[in-house]
Write a protein of this length. Structure first.
Ligand SMILES: NC(=O)c1ccc[n+]([C@@H]2O[C@H](COP(=O)([O-])OP(=O)(O)OC[C@H]3O[C@@H](n4cnc5c(N)ncnc54)[C@H](OP(=O)(O)O)[C@@H]3O)[C@@H](O)[C@H]2O)c1
Length: 304
């Protein structure tokens, strides 16, 4: 083991989640929360959850530092460690950003061993959760994009293992595309829910019923895909009109959505055309595929 103590800068969603996970794994964790109010709230929550870690007002000397601050503040927070004389010889600094390259942490007088370790996970504020286990869950099994100098990246991979995740490498020049993929999968899913809720409410569901019903449906749809071996075609986990080759139902959906909201109709048409591509290489015959293609080609406003 390369380390078992860590200083985490930033007691927000990611910093506190990682802090709790490492403390639960037996690491000595010091967590910097710069605002007194947040410090008090975090300390009270940790006490309630029985998690043992130190919440500090300012950084202290540390060999391993995780900067869990917003991307725009990474260089500033690194500089603040230098100003506070909190850079140990041989220090390793890691950040959790998906968009920022690892070398954003390079500041004069700072650590020379630097890496990024971005978890592909949506981390809520642990203070909104009932117990520490709920804060650990999103990190367990998460894939982390790790890149940096040799020793820092090795340490980051070790940390990922302790957090119950898996590490992959993402080249610096592919970082924006990698992060866009993450935004598509996570943030855009919420946008999709927003559009689906609008349609369900217009169909007469109470807003609460739309939320409960559609989030359960989304979860079960994702579960069906996650149950597949990771190299299996996605179509094997797909249900619904396209998977069944049911062009008549797809046409009715398109008509109903077009009457409700043109943007929703166009969104559904684009996504359905991706699904038709998924089923093109298996499962459906040429006549069924042609019927689906015809329905989508007739949606007004779609590029031909
Ligand atoms: N949340 C997620 O789902 C998630 C997932 C993967 C990666 N990440 C990454 O994790 C990092 C932090 O994101 P987050 O979601 O945890 O943000 P957040 O909830 O807004 O927390 C950021 C924390 O950093 C503190 N902070 C800001 N500037 C600081 C500075 N100069 N010095 C010390 N502390 C400072 C903030 O304190 P104040 O309250 O005092 O401003 C706040 O506690 C980002 O790089 C993000 O990309 C987040």
């Amino acid at each position: 083991m390369l380390a078992d103590s860590v200083l985490i800068i930033g007691a927000g969603r990611a910093g506190l989640s990682v802090a709790v996970a490492l403390a639960r794994a037996g690491w000595l964790v010091q967590l910097v929360a710069r605002r007194a109010e947040r410090r008090a709230e975090v300390t009270a929550w940790l006490d309630r959850c029985g998690v043992n870690l130190d919440v500090l007002a300012a950084p202290t000397l540390a060999k391993l530092v995780v900067l869990a601050v917003p991307d725009r503040s990474l260089a500033v927070a690194g500089q603040a460690l230098v100003t506070a004389d909190a850079v140990a010889p041989d220090a390793v600094w890691l950040h959790l950003s998906g968009a920022a390259p690892w070398h954003v942490l390079r500041v004069a007088g700072g650590a020379s061993e630097l890496a990024g370790m971005h978890p592909l996970a949506a981390l809520p504020d642990p203070l909104d959760l009932d117990d520490a286990n709920a804060a650990l869950r999103p990190l367990r099994g998460a894939t982390f994009a790790v890149a940096g100098t040799d020793r820092a990246a090795a340490l980051a991979r070790e940390l990922v293992g302790v957090l119950g995740g898996r590490a992959v490498r993402v080249a610096d020049d592919a970082r924006s595309l990698y992060h866009a993929a993450a935004a598509l999968a996570a943030n855009d899913l919420v946008a999709l829910l927003h559009v689906a809720e609008g349609a369900a409410i217009a169909a007469g569901l109470a807003p609460e019923d739309a939320r409960v019903g559609l989030t359960h449906l989304m979860q079960t749809a994702l579960d069906a895909v996650r149950r597949l071996p990771p190299d299996a075609p996605l179509r094997l986990g797909l249900t619904g009109a396209v998977a069944r080759g049911d062009a008549a139902t797809l046409a009715r959906h398109m008509d109903a959505l077009a009457a409700h909201d043109r943007t929703a109709a166009l969104l559904h048409a684009e996504l359905s055309s991706q699904l038709v591509d998924l089923v093109r290489d298996g499962g459906l015959g040429p006549a069924a595929l042609a019927a689906l293609d015809t329905v989508l080609a007739q949606v007004p406003g779609r590029p031909q």
